[in-house]
Design a binder for this molecule. Structure first.
Ligand SMILES: [Zn+2]
Ligand SMILES: [Zn+2]
Length: 137
């Protein structure tokens, strides 16, 4: 288990995330495109207790995910960087943005891609596995 440091764009909000499964999961969903202003995001699921805010505050808003369940998004109130979100259906786990953590480029290419059904046609597939939505559980 390694504690990775994260910081929002403006520097007002800082956090650490303890991660044991050091892999990026690439998400092509439409919400991620709107949130991140890019064609995908990089994520990992961790227990909520492994996330610690070390500076500043986060604001929160809620939207309805694909499944109809609520998703709480947490963001820096100054610059709107989005360190993590919590899908109520996931219980005590959260989805953290691994690209906002320092030194995570070295994890290499994504381990899997999700929401492949919403992948832009010109975006190359980089992971070996791609799922239409999420992996079957
Ligand atoms: Zn900020
Ligand atoms: Zn997504």
């Amino acid at each position: 288990m390694t504690a990775y440091k994260g910081q929002c764009h403006c520097g007002q909000t800082t956090w650490t995330a303890e991660i044991s499964d050091e892999k990026h999961v690439l998400c092509h969903c439409t919400a991620c495109k709107v949130l991140g202003g890019g064609e995908f995001t990089l994520n990992q699921i961790i227990p909520k207790e492994n996330f610690k805010l070390t500076g500043g505050d986060l604001k929160q808003y809620t939207y309805k995910g694909d499944s109809g369940n609520s998703v709480d998004c947490f963001y820096c109130p100054n610059c709107t960087s989005h360190p993590y979100h919590h899908q109520h259906i996931m219980g005590d786990n959260i989805v953290i943005r691994t690209s906002l953590l320092k030194d995570t480029e070295k994890w290499g290419k994504p381990a899997a891609e999700i929401y492949g059904s919403q992948k832009w046609s010109w975006q190359p597939q980089t992971a070996d596995d791609i799922f239409d939505t999420t992996p079957p559980s």
